[in-house]
Design a binder for this molecule. Sequence first.
Ligand SMILES: Cc1ncc(COP(=O)(O)O)c(C=O)c1O
Length: 410
Amino acid sequence: MTEKMSAEMAERYKDGFIDHLSQTIGGRKEMVVTGAKGCRLDTTEGSYLDMISGIAVSNVGHSHPEVIAAVAAQMEQYAHVNVYGRFVLPPQVEIAERLTRVAPGDLDVAFLTSTGTEANEGALKLARKYTGRPGYVAFEGSFHGRTYGSLSVSWRERYRAPFQPLLEKVTFVPFDDIDAAAAAIDDTVGGVIIEPVQGEAGVRIPSDDFLPALREICSERGALLIADEVQGAMGRSGHWYSCQEWDVTPDIITVAKALGGGLPLGAFISTSEIFSTFLDPPLSHLTTFGGNPVACAAAIAAFDIIERDGLVERAREMGDYLGAGLARLMETHEMLTGARGLGLWWAFDVAPDDLAMPVVKAMERRGVIVGSMLNADGTVRVAPPLIVTTEELDETLRVLDEALTEVEAG
Ligand SMILES: Cc1ncc(COP(=O)(O)O)c(C=O)c1O
């Protein structure tokens, strides 16, 4: 239920936000969130269609009643107990069984974290420890997170430069360029980290032979292939994991975001053989809150909803519908220069680049939330909950049409 909030209270929170929360982007916020349900987000300024799902988190929609019930039941039972391996926590086992059941190949073990960047940190450490090699290959356009290891393999110079020195032995190669990747993967490289579909670069989809060829090169040269599926997993791409679009089995898959059904949960998934390297020395990788039982309970509920309600397949159907609508708008709006997507993971390009934010704002004024991307300036993301209806997509397309007309008119 959406709470009502007085204008006075809303102003108090807007002031408090500026006064007491660390800012990473300038400017006062205009909206205070009062509730979220399904595909809708309610604020003090009005109700919106949420077409970004908290950035690819709310795949089952906001505040799903079954997720709420699972969280409440787990809180009643226990929220947190000792870590470091002395107890079995059934919710951890349940979610790990599910994640590995739908994973490709022989990936049968999951290490649970709280966030995506932690999952990638773990994967980078695992690759180094298992291969004994210090080097990494990453891709231009990539985004893997903000902690030191993940930042080291994230491409945009603007975000890396202030924090140098980072991990030293990282080579960035152009995305979808197999010759460049082959040239960079030598016997000093232990991990090749890639988003099979690059999210923050604007939902960039490689050509069909790229990922299978990369898999082959990694196997030949003894480097582990790490697929960062933090944004693309849990049905977003029309698969449980986006690498399944190309039938590729990485050595390590990382997930987070939608996994926790709205609560913080991540994982890196690999084989028991690769993970066995973490046994020596014992306790060589740990976290207090990774795999928190309440987050796991939410994740189990979200996973079961996705599976039971066929949301992976639905993402493909609704994605086709959205893509067809975007293609129609491209015929009538010159400034809409491109649109790409896989499943319900879409982005469109506007030209010139600096008109992307005005389009986002014009849509917001009409009640639809879409968003910008970290590594693609003229590109706008559309990644609704997987429960979105054709009526909600029609509304989004109608609003985009109007927003483009407004921005075109200057
Ligand atoms: C592909 C990818 N990897 C990793 C991350 C980092 O995840 P988190 O913000 O949970 O640390 C993100 C976040 O946007 C992401 O899109």
